[in-house]
Design a binder for this molecule. Structure first.
Ligand code: FAD
Ligand code: EPU
Length: 341
């Protein structure tokens, strides 16, 4: 069933009250196929006429959506393969990501415990190669199935075909807007391989008094750290990090480091340095800033927030002002991570 003039306020974690001209939910690929037969979409418009929505936790609506919003609700988790060291678990795109993480922990499948508590659904996890605390989806990805919107057929993508990068994939670039991800299969370890390389995890495990390392303990440590600095979208609207951490040349970093000895940067294997955008934004005085209901989170400057009734444009304008001031002070250009509609 296709509904008309639906508020998207409860379908995006920023809590922006944009309207969808048409809206529907699909539970299977057949339902999706049928919905795509819908003939009343605007014939020519500047924006694509279909928007696929998962949990709405990485999206900012700056206007109403004049087209058809389709919420992916394909469920199901199943074991599709196994070898000596690994299990292959396939999950429907509409499965809640954190519920999937908990399922894996309960079954002692290791690999995604560091990605605990990331909002959103399985289907969006490859979109930007979600990452946190030393792990990215590419580390456990096996394959995915996606439906081509115009060719109307299912195509499989393996790891290299997804072209994963830092918060990047082929679905955000070359194939933007062309595919609906239906399911994702992950390759997980039967014998746990612990990843505590991210310093804060070690510290948190110690604070928790953990004697014997387990994937459950790592998950709990990550949940504690995240809850201490990231706002819960149920309380304050947000979409996590609004910007990516920028990569600059080592030469540019050396110059900045002389001027700003406290600058936070990590050297990368590609010979560049990744800067902590949160630090840059904080140094420009934005941390805790609020104008109307749009603001910059007081505990994590990389997170822009909606205290209640901010419009998508107010959040966007704030992001623009932040980009300008970081550019002016440090000569570094921030790129948005959040998908702007
Ligand atoms: P949506 O916001 O619904 O969609 C995101 C994009 O993907 C849109 O362009 C949409 O059209 C497209 N899309 C969604 N599903 C599909 C599909 N099935 N097929 C095709 N296209 C699709 N991200 C991280 O990487 N690491 C973090 O640590 C992290 N922390 C966060 C913390 C908070 C508090 C919040 C609010 C967000 C955080 N995020 C983080 C961002 C977000 O949770 C992830 O990007 C998540 O994967 C988005 O999932 P979603 O289902 O909500 O996607
Ligand atoms: N920092 C500040 N001030 C701030 C925020 C951060 O100085 O207000 C500095 C601190 O020095 C801190 C460093 O930045 O040590 C890094 O901060 P944090 O550990 O919070 O991580 P982040 O770089 O801000 C990234 C991801 C998060 C992910 C965490 C943990 C990006 C854009 N963000 O944040 O992902 O959860 O690391 O791995 O890469 C997301 O993508 O939405 C997201 C939340």
């Amino acid at each position: 069933m296709i509904e008309q003039h639906i508020s998207l306020k409860n379908y995006n974690t920023f809590g922006i009250g944009a309207m969808a001209q048409y809206f529907s939910v699909f539970n299977t690929v057949d339902e999706l196929s049928e919905l795509l037969e819908f003939k009343q979409l605007p014939a020519s418009s500047l924006q694509p006429s279909i928007l696929i929505l998962g949990g709405g936790s990485n999206i900012l609506f700056t206007k109403n959506f004049e087209g058809l919003v389709l919420k992916n609700n394909i469920q199901g988790i199943e074991k599709v393969g196994e070898d000596d060291n690994s299990v292959y678990i396939k999950a429907g795109a509409g499965v809640n990501w954190h519920q999937f993480v908990l399922y894996c922990i309960e079954n002692n499948f290791s690999g995604i415990e560091n990605l605990s508590l990331i909002p959103g659904n399985v289907g969006a996890s490859p979109m930007q190669n979600i990452g946190a605390y030393g792990v990215e989806i590419k580390d456990v990805f096996h394959e995915l199935e996606a439906f081509h919107l115009t060719e109307k057929k299912i195509i499989k993508f393996n790891l290299s075909e997804c072209a994963f990068g830092y918060r990047e994939s082929v679905f955000k670039r070359k194939f933007k807007g062309q595919f609906v991800i239906l399911s994702v299969t992950y390759k997980l370890n039967k014998v746990p391989v612990f990843n505590t390389s991210y310093g804060a995890i070690e510290q948190e495990l110690e604070k928790m008094g953990v004697k014997e390392l387990s994937i459950k303990a790592i998950s709990e440590a990550v949940i504690h750290i995240r809850s201490s600095k990231l706002p819960d979208p149920k309380e304050i609207g947000n979409a996590g990090s609004f910007f990516k951490n920028p990569e600059i040349s080592n030469d540019q970093y050396s110059i900045l480091n002389i001027q700003y000895p406290n600058i936070v940067g990590y050297s990368l294997p590609n010979g560049k340095t990744k800067l902590a955008a949160g630090w840059l934004i904080e140094q420009c005085g934005w941390k805790g800033y609020r104008k109307g209901d749009a603001g910059c989170h007081a505990k994590q400057a990389l997170v822009l927030v909606n205290y209640g009734t901010a419009s998508g444009n107010e959040i966007y304008d704030l992001s623009e002002a932040i980009i300008l001031s970081v550019k002016e002070k440090f000569g570094v250009t921030l790129e948005r991570e959040v998908n702007i509609i």
